[in-house]
Ligand binder design. Structure first.
Ligand SMILES: [Zn+2]
Length: 462
């Protein structure tokens, strides 16, 4: 990689990866503190050493450091930038990126199942090379919208880990141990995936849904998790009424009762969708601090139902809710801020709407805790990993705002509904500069994506 040259970047080394970066004189930065209070700080500088935020200080105290670091990022140029933590996407299926345009959702007479029929056919025909290029397309799109950590729920670790390294994105790679589409998904394949190490990689496992698994299989998963105390487990759960009814029919238990019986309720469990739970089930989830992923666009598009945000907050689980994109067949634009906006709209007429600050926590610190990285990412604090997003202040999503009430910046940003970040830093490295990816040639990537997509369509004759 060559030096990134833009007028905010002042290089003081010949190294391509700087050992130290001073992000100097920031107009505003927005972050949760360690007590999860949201702060809006003005005129500060951030010192990054290696992959870590080392020090945060008023810009006037950073004068000496300007000559000592490898790279100065001058955040005051023109009207300056707003810095936020990189966002954390708690639910995605990156290798499905090639399936954009394969649903029949444009046909308003098609049922959800009919709409997804072709997508599933195409998905089953994908080879490893398709899955790698798809995941790379997915990760790089997410990075452009400010996401720096992704939880991938899928069954092809060979694809997701390779693509994440190429894009340089933090990956929680949750590998299927029971999948609808892949009969080879089991504990043995998941165990093998645990041997892959990378500084940006952590591991997890998934069960696609509880509809088809037996109690015995859940108990095997519970034992596996007991042997691997760092792993998270994620499940699509409570997404549709039909799924809940199928679980009751099979087990004579509601979904959360079944998970309780299998001793799987814990802070390491992450349930995606969580639309159709009773108040008693939500209280049980709160007791065990289970992580919840809210996917409002996916729920609307697939007519799944309405997430009961207020019930989770009343139960005390408000700080365990994250947002997710799902795949391109459930949302299309892989931008988390538009999910925050969708949440705002979905809950505004209920007794307990979501505030802008709560939505910001769902994008950052709360989501980081849910995916098991709460002490490492999701906040701009000394000791945290340097995963940062840089947004031009003089831009439509912020202007006009009230400088005496900087929280208006956040309200504007979320209601604007999602935009590309100007610069993005992951683990101390700038992966995006001036909205361009520094490690992946986007033009070549799009050409390859189209080639793979067309070849797939031919292979399955759709
Ligand atoms: Zn999903």
């Amino acid at each position: 990689m060559k030096h990134v040259h833009a007028d905010r970047y002042i290089w003081q080394t010949s190294r391509t990866v700087p050992r130290s970066v001073l992000i100097d004189n920031i107009a505003f930065y927005i972050t949760a503190d360690k007590h999860n209070q949201v702060h809006y700080k003005k005129g500060q500088s951030i010192l990054v050493e290696g992959d870590t935020i080392r020090k945060i200080m008023p810009a006037r105290q950073a004068v000496k450091l300007r000559r000592q670091v490898d790279l100065v990022y001058d955040a005051s140029v023109r009207s300056g930038v707003v810095v936020m933590p990189g966002f954390v996407n708690a639910h995605a299926h990156p290798p499905m990126y090639l399936l954009r345009s394969t649903t029949l959702l444009h046909n308003h007479q098609a049922t959800t199942e009919e709409a997804l029929h072709i997508s599933r056919k195409v998905e089953r025909a994908m080879h490893l090379s398709d899955q790698i290029i798809a995941a790379l397309g997915d990760f790089t799109e997410q990075q452009k919208f400010g996401t720096t950590t992704v939880l991938s729920h899928y069954h092809t670790p060979a694809a997701t880990t390779v693509a994440a390294q190429q894009a340089y994105i933090r990956l929680v790679d949750a590998i299927s141990v029971a999948s609808k589409t892949d009969p080879s998904a089991n504990i043995a394949t998941a165990t093998k995936a645990l041997r892959t190490h990378h500084p940006l990689l952590t591991h997890g496992i998934t069960i696609h849904t509880l509809e088809r698994v037996t109690l015995r299989e859940l108990q095997v998963v519970q034992k596996f998790l007991a042997r691997h105390p760092k792993l998270i487990l994620t499940i699509h759960c409570g997404e549709t009424l039909a799924e809940v009814e199928a679980i009751i029919h099979k087990h004579q238990l509601r979904p959360i009762e079944l998970l309780a019986k299998a001793k799987l309720l814990s802070p390491r469990l992450i349930l995606s969708h969580a639309v159709h739970f009773t108040t008693d089930e939500i209280q049980l989830l709160a007791k065990y601090k289970v992580g919840i992923v809210h996917l409002p666009t996916s729920n609307r598009l697939h007519k799944s139902g309405q997430f009961q945000y207020g019930n989770y907050v009343v139960a005390g689980l408000g700080n365990r809710i994250a947002l997710g994109t799902d795949s391109v067949i459930s949302k299309s634009k892989l931008d988390l801020v538009s999910e925050a906006f969708q949440s705002k709209l979905m809950h505004q007429d209920t007794q307990r709407p979501a505030s802008f600050e709560e939505l910001f926590l769902m994008l950052t610190s709360n989501a980081a805790h849910v995916v098991g990285l709460g002490k490492q990412v999701g906040r701009i604090l000394p000791g945290y990993k340097a995963d940062l997003t840089f947004w031009k202040l003089k831009d439509r999503m912020f202007m006009p705002f009230d400088p005496t009430q900087p929280e208006t910046l956040l309200g504007n940003f979320i209601t604007h509904g999602g935009y590309t970040a100007r610069d993005v830093m992951v683990n101390g490295r700038f992966v995006i500069t001036g909205r361009r990816h520094n490690l992946v040639n986007e033009s070549e990537l799009l050409t390859k994506l189209e080639q793979h997509h067309q070849a797939l369509r031919k292979r399955v004759k759709v």
